[in-house]
Design a protein around this ligand. Structure first.
Ligand code: NAD
Length: 328
C-alpha cells in the first residue's frame, strides 16, 4: 500500500485527492491545507484526516497541489524527508529557483514528477504514439490550440505568473513532447483583447507563439482566455506522409439537424471535465514511479525546460524579437 498525502485542497487538489482515494493499492492518508474548512471538507469526503505539513511529509509520497509559490519549498521539504513527489505545474515562476530546487531533489535521489497532465490525455497520447510509430513520417508542422472558456478571476491572474508561464506552459510541454526535439528559437505576439482588467494587471489574454527546432520543425501555439463554445483543446501534426489531428471532445456524440444546419453539443466546459481521464492516468504513472516500477515523466527537467520556453516567449512578446531559450 502506497500512502499519499495531498497538499492543497483547491480546484486541482480535490481532483487528485478523489483519484488517489479511488486508486487500488494506494491510500489517501490526509490533506494538508492552510484553509482549515477546505481541508476538513475534502478529508471528510474521502474518510481521511487533515494533516499539518510535517505530518504530510511522513507519507510515502506527497502530491503538491497548493499555489505555485509554495511548490519549490514543499519539494525541498519532501526531498529532505526522502519522499516521492508529484508536483503540479509550474514548479516555480523563477528558473533560478527551479534549478536550486531540482538540485536538492536530485541530491536526495527522490522521485519527482510534474503535472503536465495533457501528456496523459488519451487523444493526445494517441497522437504521440502514432507519430512515434511513423504513421505520418517526419513531423514538419505542429499546431496546438488552447483556449480557455473564459478568463480566470483577477485575483488568480495577479498571482499566476501570467499567461505564458501559467497557461501556455502546458502547450510548451506538449510541443516538446510531440516535436521530440528541443525548440531553439521562440517568436511571440501577445495582446489584451478579452478583458482590459487583465492588461491592467500586467498580463495578456491572447497570444501566438512560434517555435523552431534545430532541424527546422515548426510549432505554432494559439492561446486565448476566451472561447464562446467551451474549452478549445486541439492538436494537428503535419508530416511528410500525412496529418494526425486530435479534435475537441464533446459530452455526447448527438447532433441536431434542422433548417439551420447541423449542430453538436458545446465542447466539454473546462479542464476538470476535459482532462478527467488524463488526471487519472498521470496519477497511475506517478504511483508506478513512486514504487520504482517506471521512471517519472514528465520530470523536473521537463518542468524546467517548459518554464525556460515560457520565459523566452515572454521576452519575445515584449521585445518583438526571436529569442533563444536559456540552456536547462
Ligand atoms: N495541471 C492542471 O491541469 C492544473 C489545473 C489547475 C491548477 N493547476 C496548478 O495547481 C496549483 C493549484 O491551483 P488551483 O487552481 O487548484 O488553486 P486553488 O486556489 O483552487 O487551490 C489552492 C489551495 O491551496 C491552499 N493553500 C494555500 N497555501 C497553501 C499552503 N502553503 N499549503 C497547503 N495548501 C495551501 C489554498 O487554501 C487553496 O485551497 C497551481 O500551481 C496551478 O498552476 C494545475
Amino acid at each position: 500500500m502506497l500512502d499519499i498525502a495531498v497538499l492543497g485542497a483547491g480546484r486541482i487538489g480535490r481532483i487528485h485527492a478523489g483519484n488517489i482515494a479511488a486508486h487500488a493499492g494506494v491510500r489517501l492518508v490526509g490533506v494538508a491545507e492552510t484553509d482549515a474548512s477546505a481541508a476538513a471538507q475534502l478529508a471528510a469526503l474521502h474518510g481521511t484526516r487533515t494533516l499539518d505539513v510535517a505530518d504530510a511529509m511522513r507519507a510515502d509520497a506527497v502530491l503538491i497541489a497548493s499555489p505555485t509559490p509554495t511548490h519549490a519549498d514543499y519539494i525541498e521539504q519532501a526531498a529532505a524527508a526522502g519522499r516521492a513527489v508529484f508536483c503540479e505545474k509550474p514548479i516555480d515562476l523563477s528558473a533560478a529557483r527551479v534549478r536550486t530546487c531540482l538540485a536538492t531533489a536530485q541530491r536526495a535521489g527522490i522521485v519527482l514528477m510534474v503535472g503536465f497532465n495533457r501528456r496523459f490525455d488519451p487523444h493526445f497520447a494517441a497522437v504521440k504514439q502514432r507519430l512515434d510509430a511513423g504513421e505520418i513520417g517526419a513531423l514538419e508542422l505542429l499546431t496546438i490550440i488552447n483556449r480557455d472558456p473564459s478568463p480566470p478571476p483577477l485575483s488568480y491572474v495577479a498571482n499566476s505568473g501570467g499567461l505564458f508561464r501559467d497557461m501556455m506552459i502546458h502547450d510548451l510541454d506538449m510541443a516538446r513532447f510531440l516535436l521530440d526535439e528541443e525548440p531553439v528559437e521562440v517568436t511571440a505576439a501577445a495582446s489584451c483583447l478579452v478583458d482590459p482588467a487583465i492588461g491592467a494587471a500586467g498580463d495578456v489574454d491572447t497570444a501566438l507563439v512560434t517555435l523552431r527546432t534545430a532541424s527546422g520543425r515548426l510549432c505554432q501555439i494559439s492561446n486565448s482566455r476566451r472561447a464562446t463554445y467551451g474549452y478549445d483543446q486541439r492538436i494537428e501534426a503535419h508530416g511528410a506522409g500525412g496529418l494526425l489531428r486530435a479534435g475537441n471532445v464533446f459530452p455526447t456524440t448527438v447532433d441536431i439537424a434542422n433548417a439551420s444546419g447541423f449542430r453538436s453539443d458545446p465542447v466539454l466546459p473546462f479542464f476538470l471535465e476535459r482532462y478527467a481521464a488524463a488526471y487519472r492516468a498521470e496519477l497511475d504513472a506517478f504511483v508506478k514511479a513512486a514504487r520504482g516500477e517506471a521512471p517519472a515523466r514528465p520530470n523536473g527537467e521537463d518542468g524546467l525546460r517548459a518554464l525556460l520556453l515560457a520565459d523566452a516567449a515572454v521576452e519575445a512578446a515584449r521585445s518583438g524579437r526571436t529569442v533563444q531559450p536559456a540552456e536547462a
